[in-house]
Write a protein that binds this ligand. Structure first.
Ligand code: SF4
Length: 309
């Protein structure tokens, strides 16, 4: 989206107000805590009126179409509305400590600073609980020339009504597909409704932006990208996810079958989470994906950061 056109700024203003209204009795995400975020009350995500940012940087370890030449302009929001026990960013995501708060103007400056530094996009990591703050900041940044794609990098524990507010604003959805089964979602994220919510959210994201479009330089411009972190003992339900994608989405849907699982966070409390995933499992899953007609599988590059904050 190019934010400079007047009617698009009008759209941003309207959607910001819609999101703020939901946040007054917060049901921005499926937790539906019903707290007044505008009055700085906090629910499960431990985030009140202002967004907390843990860090921001040019990230060269995201999927190749997001990195391009300049890197992905990644903004890591602190706290999370899902909180998996094995989270690789446990210190940032779990809702225990506070991080630096940023006003809408300050967050807008981060977006603009990343754009000035050459970022190919603004990559909002863990955005589901700070949707209204993001929209407020976009309204400011739009007036100051922000014009690179917006990436919504989510666990997919998203509410449909909130995603619909983002229709026409988010360019690229980078969507996790975590647990296919309710038992695992309940045990490892206290979210038995995750599978149902995430499946619906991913279909809504695809409805909004379609399959991934890249430009002649190979840079992502618009569309859905799906991530699936394979877990030990098939705890994420990998084959079921692939069957779901093949049945519900086109064969050119961009899918990253990820082999990066490592025990982290509270994983040591669960014997089944201490294992690694054998490489052969990843190979077999990629074979299965191709046999189902899912032909656009990601080839990952290694992670490199240039820290700005
Ligand atoms: S965004 Fe936060 S406060 Fe709102 S429903 Fe979700 S977890 Fe609760």
């Amino acid at each position: 989206m190019s934010y400079h056109k007047a009617h698009e700024q009008d759209l941003l203003r309207k959607r910001t107000e819609q999101a703020r209204n939901i946040a007054r009795d917060c049901s921005l995400c499926p937790r539906k805590c019903r707290v007044n975020r505008i009055e700085n009350e906090t629910g499960f995500c431990n985030t009140g009126r202002l967004a907390q940012v843990a860090s921001y940087n040019l990230h060269f370890g995201e999927e190749t179409p997001l990195v391009g030449q300049g890197g992905s302009g990644t903004v890591f929001f602190a706290h999370c509305n899902l909180c998996c026990v094995f989270c690789q960013n446990y210190d940032i995501s779990h809702n225990l400590t506070r991080h630096q708060e940023f006003s809408p103007d300050q967050l807008a400056e981060i977006f603009l600073e990343l754009q000035s530094a050459g970022a190919e996009n603004i990559n909002l990591v863990t955005p589901s609980h700070v949707v209204f703050q993001i929209l407020e900041s976009l309204s400011v940044a739009a007036g100051k020339g922000l014009n690179i794609p917006l990436v919504y990098n989510t666990s997919s524990y998203d509410e449909l009504d909130t995603l619909r507010i983002l229709d026409g604003i988010v360019d690229i959805y980078l969507a996790d597909s975590k647990f296919f089964g309710t038992d695992e979602a309940a045990k490892y994220a206290q979210a038995p409704d995750y599978p149902d919510k995430a499946r619906k959210a991913i279909l809504e994201m695809h409805r909004q932006v379609g399959s991934l479009m890249i430009d002649e330089q190979g840079r992502a411009k618009k569309g859905l990208m799906i991530r699936h972190l394979v877990m030990p003992g098939n705890l994420a339900g990998s084959e079921d996810w692939l069957d779901f994608f093949a049945a519900e989405l086109p064969g050119d849907t961009y899918i990253n079958i990820m082999d990066q699982y490592r025990p982290a966070g509270d994983a040591f409390r669960y014997p089944e989470l201490k294992a690694n995933v054998p490489g052969s499992v990843i190979i077999d899953l990629k074979k299965k994906a191709r046999s189902l007609g899912l032909k656009r599988l990601d080839e990952r590059s290694s992670g490199i950061f240039r820290q700005m904050f």
